[in-house]
Design a protein around this ligand. Structure first.
Ligand code: ZN
Length: 81
């Protein structure tokens, strides 16, 4: 089972379970996916990777010079700067 966080065109977020990634496409194409708040069927997958999203919005916050934790040793950007 795969859980996707979905988002309607009015920016409502909700979660749905699918048996595989193809089921998302087939249910979407069939118009079976709709927002539980407003009934919108213009559904898209929300980006479901909070850590990555945070890193993209504020690159490497843990790598501030002089920060705790010894600099860049433990962060995903270690070695890149
Ligand atoms: Zn909605």
């Amino acid at each position: 089972m795969i859980r996707y966080t979905l988002r309607c065109s009015h920016d409502h977020h909700f979660e749905e379970w699918f048996s595989n990634s193809g089921e998302y496409d087939s249910r979407k194409d069939a118009g079976e996916l709709k927002c539980p708040e407003c009934g919108d069927t213009a559904i898209s997958k929300a980006i479901m990777a909070p850590n990555v999203a945070k890193a993209a919005a504020a690159p490497a916050p843990a790598c501030m010079p002089g920060g705790s934790g010894g600099g860049c040793g433990g962060c995903a950007f270690a070695g890149q700067h």
